[in-house]
Design a protein around this ligand. Structure first.
Ligand SMILES: N[C@@H](CCC(=O)N[C@@H](CS)C(=O)NCC(=O)O)C(=O)O
Length: 225
């Protein structure tokens, strides 16, 4: 049995699960996955068997249970310092934590109106109130980090960090909803989408049988224009 087990929601839909899973994948540790399909009659009960918050992802390490993607990332960063989950440089690390926290606590409009649907393509949809402002702020974060800290690689702080895990489900949404980006922001989105771990996750998402219908993506309305 692997040292770690991570409980996840559907890979097509569960953005927080993707963040926790990318962090664990980046450590190189062996792990097992338990998938609990979301939005089904028994989902809550099954998630509560995995962790006390009733939310996924949940990481199990021996007798320890860690819930919440941010806490999972921090735990793994402590356990695997060689994995570079946070930037080495103190200034870069502070900014990486700030933007990860901003993602964790914010961008409600984008998360509400553009639900993650990895294998779906909904060009032009999802433009609900506040989404354009969220997109502009994310575009600014990506450009700023790439310019100030990105010289050592293709990610926000060069190599892949927890900040990239935090924004990975945003990169997939920008592809799903065909959000126009330019220059360094577009290049960064493409680097995230091409990341082998994200490709692995996406392939698994495409193979999943479960479908969740989002009313916002069905009904005609202003968001479709
Ligand atoms: N702050 C949490 C959010 C976790 C979260 O909202 N997960 C969703 C799936 S993406 C969930 O568990 N939904 C099931 C439910 O609320 O019943 C984290 O970062 O892990």
């Amino acid at each position: 049995m692997a040292e770690f087990t991570i409980t996840l929601g559907n890979k097509n839909y569960s953005s927080w699960s993707l963040r926790g899973w990318l962090a664990l994948k980046q450590t190189g540790a062996a792990f097992e996955e338990e998938i609990v399909p979301l939005d089904r009659p028994d989902s809550k009960e099954r998630i509560l068997e995995a962790g006390p918050s009733g939310r996924v992802p949940v990481l199990h390490h021996g007798a320890l249970t860690v819930w919440d993607s941010l806490a999972i990332g921090e735990y793994l960063a402590e356990r695997f310092p060689e994995a570079g989950l946070w930037p080495d440089d103190g200034t870069a690390r502070a900014v990486a934590r700030a933007i990860s926290a901003e993602m964790h606590a914010g961008f409600a409009a984008l998360r509400t109106h553009m639900p993650m649907d990895l294998r779906g393509r909904h060009p032009g949809l999802g433009r609900g109130p506040g989404v354009a402002k969220d997109i502009a702020r994310i575009d600014a974060i990506w450009r700023d980090c790439r310019a100030r800290f990105g010289r050592g690689g293709d990610f926000l702080f060069g190599g892949f960090t927890l900040a990239d895990a935090a924004f990975a489900p945003v990169a997939t949404r920008f592809a799903t909803y065909d959000v126009a980006l330019e220059g360094p922001a577009a290049a960064y989105r493409d680097a995230v989408l091409a990341w082998p771990a994200l490709q692995d996750w996406s392939a698994a998402a495409r193979a999943e049988p479960w479908v969740i219908e989002f009313p916002e993506l069905q009904a005609p309305g202003p968001a479709r224009r």
